[in-house]
Design a protein around this ligand. Structure first.
Ligand code: ASP
Ligand code: MG
Length: 410
């Protein structure tokens, strides 16, 4: 077993010169105490990426080219890697900052997203073998034409896991401003508690359903390459949450976590012809408009008419609405369309659902007792998601948490 370790520090952890100093001390401690070969990955200093995007808007509205956007926003990480490398050297270990093209972290563009295609590790290994700490810029990639790309907001998590996957049997620690993954957002639910461990699949479902601790893509990568990942605080030594393939007792609790997201919108098409091919036509148009659809519900047709509702990210709801409006005007003139942005998607997630029955019934019962109407439903083997009115979202999280996590035996 090699002792490679990737330590990733988020924006808050490198948010000031003092904090960068603390990061350096922590890295040096890890290397000296445990003899680990540490690769550091950092995000931009907190607020920096937003500041750069805001500057672009001021200068060019929405009219700037993708190339210039990537060129601009990668600057945040260029600053933080250099400062972190300097701070580590000051603490007594040689360090070298590396930007994406200096490794290189190669990306391909697939469906408008930059996905990592390759990370050669010879340079990292050669630095490590010479006792030098590589400090890698998160978020940045480079394409075949040597242009900068980025891995999406929060993409430094993905950089960290991808670097760990590229090195042999390497662990990954994500050091952040929270001390782990909680059963629900502690700001909404006072009784939320920190989880010791989660499976990759649980974390993936939680991340994609609104838990903001890790970028969803980093969890997919960790799962695919079986990278043992730990989420913990960069400000304390408290034990964090381990994300692993299996953990002891993983099916004992039915529900491991409850999340809620309010950044989706619902579009409903009514009075549609209840005929084969209509749904295909609708979702083809949405696909062509590059709208990623999340939940879908079709109501039973009556007198030859039917209704379809679907949700998508609020940021794409205008594009989706316009595409649908055009479609019904041109091809389904008797149908109508409605856009609702006041929805929340609530998800309960747990490996235990594979072996416990009646979870859906309990979710509906708890919500029903509070007078909360369930609008749409989707499920996977380990998740149940429902769409409800946004104003009930916090209440719904609390009552589901009480039912499934605080008194699971009831
Ligand atoms: N700096 C980038 C962002 O703010 C990437 C990251 O922080 O992970 O999205
Ligand atoms: Mg982050």
């Amino acid at each position: 077993m090699s002792n490679y370790l990737v330590m990733k520090f988020g924006g808050t952890s490198v948010g000031s010169s003092e904090r960068i100093g603390e990061v350096a001390k922590r890295v040096v401690r890890q290397v000296k105490k445990h003899g680990d070969k540490v690769v550091v990955v950092v995000s931009a200093m907190s607020g920096e990426t937003n500041r750069l995007i805001e500057l672009a808007r001021k200068v060019a509205g929405d009219g700037y080219k993708a190339r210039e956007y990537h060129q601009l926003v990668t600057a945040g990480e260029q600053v933080s890697v250099a400062l972190t490398a300097m701070a580590i050297e000051r603490e007594g270990l040689p360090a070298q900052s590396l930007l994406a093209h200096q490794i290189p972290i190669k990306t391909n563009t697939v469906f408008g997203q930059n996905l990592i295609s390759e990370i050669p590790v010879d340079k990292l290994k050669s630095l490590l073998d010479r006792g030098i700490v590589p400090v890698v810029a998160g978020f940045q990639g480079v394409n075949d034409s040597l242009e900068y790309t980025t891995l999406g907001r929060g993409g430094s998590d993905t950089t960290a896991v991808a670097v760990a996957a590229a090195l042999d049997s390497c662990r990954c620690v994500i050091l952040t401003d929270v001390d782990g993954v909680y059963t629900a957002l502690p700001s909404i639910c006072k009784k939320a508690r920190k989880l010791k461990a989660l499976t990759y699949e649980e974390m993936l479902e939680l991340a994609s359903s609104g838990a903001k601790v890790l970028q969803t893509r980093s969890v997919s990568l960790a799962s695919k390459f079986k990278v043992p990942t730990l989420v913990c605080s960069s400000f304390s030594d408290a034990a964090g949450t381990e994300i692993v393939e299996e953990y002891e007792g993983m099916e004992d609790a039915v529900v491991s976590g409850i999340t809620c997201r309010t950044d989706e919108a619902k579009i409903t098409l009514r009075n549609l012809p209840d005929q084969p091919g209509v749904a295909a036509r609708i979702f083809k148009v949405l696909g062509d408009a590059e709208v990623v659809v999340d939940m879908i519900v079709q109501s039973e047709g009556s007198s030859g008419r039917a209704a379809i509702s679907f949700t998508c990210a609020q940021e794409f709801s205008k594009v989706a609405y316009d595409a649908m409006l055009k479609l019904i005007q041109q091809e389904m003139s008797e149908s109508s369309i409605e856009l609702d942005t006041n929805i929340a998607k609530l998800s309960v997630v747990g490996e235990g659902m594979r072996t416990h029955a009646g979870v859906a019934y309990k979710v509906f019962e708890v919500l029903g007792e509070e007078g909360i109407n369930v609008d749409m439903i989707t499920t996977s083997e380990i998740k149940i998601s429902v769409a409800i009115e946004e104003k009930y979202s916090e209440l719904a999280v609390r009552v589901l948490h009480e039912r499934f996590i605080e008194r699971p035996e009831s």
